[in-house]
Design a protein around this ligand. Sequence first.
Ligand code: COA
Length: 270
Amino acid sequence: MAKFDNLLLEKKDGVAVITLNRPSKKNAMSPALHRDMVAALELLRDDKNARVVVITGAGGVFCAGMDLKEFFLELKDKPSEYEAVWKMATEWRGRTLRYYPKPVIAMVNGFCFGGAFSIVEGCDLAFAAEEATFGLSEINFKLFPGGCVSKSLANLLRPRDALYYGMSGETFDGVEAARIGFINKAFPKDKLVEQTMAVARNLASKDPNAMRATKEGYRYSLEMTWDAAMNYAMAKELELVQRQNDAFRKEGIQDFLKGKYKPGLEAHPG
Ligand code: COA
């Protein structure tokens, strides 16, 4: 497996786990960590052994957001470099994860502040420890949820929750994150990995082309008119048939009609 200075990468049972690995800085996202993340996601994009990607953090922490020193201070007088890092940082969280051709799951194991909200929002699914601490801390240091964070809040949260937590800077735990719909579900800390990996393995066991179409069908339709979405769905269906050699008809539907399984209750055995 490739090695990165700021990430750990492991693969097992069709699931790749990317661990943000700057525990001495609470996994704050330095420019180098962003570069590593871009490279790791590109590496896994076409890796057939990575059907699902899970993102988590080392040292009992998810991510303390942007590296305030290396990004905001050290690049202050280097506008071109600042803009390049800004774009790279927003691109992988705001677009790469969202349109990635396989499911991406955030596993929030501890502190999750500021810019880390956009990792969670960019992922398709998110689980957290009940004890995790979330906070839009920008207001506390006289900034606002910049980069892609305000858009992440607008994408996922109800206005009352986004503005309350954005304006107050108050922290909340995993249970509250689930209640407001920022994550799918919170688990006790000692169950988080087991439960998240069970979901990841389940997704990894499905037809990867149907999985990709499920994600892309949803993601791209969000931006479309009804007419464009219908046209896209028809084209997407034909694309899926081509990618999976019509497996949904030949296996999925035929085996149901032969009484081999009930797709309403279980996945195709093949
Ligand atoms: N950027 C840069 N460095 C950070 C950081 C960040 N976002 N978050 C933590 N660190 C660094 C600290 O400066 C410290 O470095 P040092 O050991 O060289 O002094 C180290 O990580 C450990 O942090 P510390 O504050 O000592 O740990 P803690 O457990 O007491 O508190 C936090 C952890 C996350 C609550 C606290 O570090 C914090 O408030 N960080 C800022 C979070 C934030 O506002 N993020 C939004 C950014 S968009």
